[in-house]
Design a protein around this ligand. Sequence first.
Ligand code: AMP
Length: 400
Amino acid sequence: MKPFLKLRRLQDIDLRQKRVLVRVDFNVPMENGRVSDASRIKATLPTLNYLIEQKAKIALISHLGRPKEGEHDRFSLMPVAAVLKQLLGREVLFSENCVGPQALEKVKELGSGEVCLLENLRFYPQEEANDAEFAKTLSQYGEVFVQEAFGSLHRAHASTDGIPKHLPGAIGFLVQRELEFLERVVNNPERPFLAIIGGAKVSDKILVLRRLMERVDMLIIGGGMAYTFLEAQGVNIGNSLLEKDRLREAQEIIERAYSRRVDFLLPADHVMVEKIDPAAKIEVSQAMGLRSGMIGVDIGPNSVEIFEDRIEKAKTIFWNGPMGIFEMPPFSKGSLAIAKAVAAATERGAVTIVGGGDSLALLTQSRLRDQITHCSTGGGASLELLEGKVLPGLAALAYS
Ligand code: AMP
């Protein structure tokens, strides 16, 4: 996808016995001080086990959430160290600060094959400010830098853009896998290629929609963003979510679908309510249009059937974004049906790629995550890659 970016892979550099600084994405969901979903930690295991085999001395850095002053307990990475210890089956040291003499000492004392996780980078505003001194300090922890935080590559922070200025760097196995699959979507999809795009905002996904439109054979738009497209078609959307300033762009996408002969699908019916409330009385619309005053909160049963039919036909499927307000169980049926259908497509040989926190949450909730060819760990980063943008975290690692 980025033929002009030359990137070293983990396996291209000599790591034996070296001190290796790894930027991981341990930005995991937490509940009551415990890690509630360890998928992002598990995703780094191939790289970490490889480094351990190489007898490297491994320092791990990550961010977690968006901590404000005085919120250090809530956003500590300490519970992550405990989970990582279990998953690796070996001791994981923890440094209560990511910079400072103690952190440096801890890292310098690491033996071959030992692992130390340093505290949340975002306890220092210098991380997001891409502060040069901060990056330089962090770079002292390694002789080599490995970038494994796919979900952070679209941000130019100290740990993505800054550190590679001081250390030779490579991309880890997870980043390699992410690039391989997303590249396949853009450059070489087995056809028919279907993209399913949902979620709330057209504005967030307009660029990716435009680019995908040039490559897909079938495109499904669901979720709140579908209503701007329906409005652009003159359909009554009642009080559903609408981005008035995106109507023209929505119309252009529809026109492009016609001229490219893309099989373009919007919801054919809707689950609708008078008020967004899980206890609200549910009605199903009889057709594409809603009754005035009603709000569309999920795709209806006819839409599910039509979408399932396209999912069955596709050989490559990219899915990002829910079909409704899935956080409220009465409005989650459509999204769950799509999750099931996409998982079933993998079973019969389709390549399925799912990105975005909400779609992944749906798969995890229905225990279908293992049945997807590739779950992207970075929603924002995967969308920006698909939009054709150069990710700052990759540009920083590229050599000429
Ligand atoms: P995004 O972050 O753009 O992928 O959007 C995800 C959010 O879209 C989720 O929190 C959903 O609750 C929301 N969403 C999906 N469908 C609808 C809808 N019909 N109306 C309002 N919000 C929706």
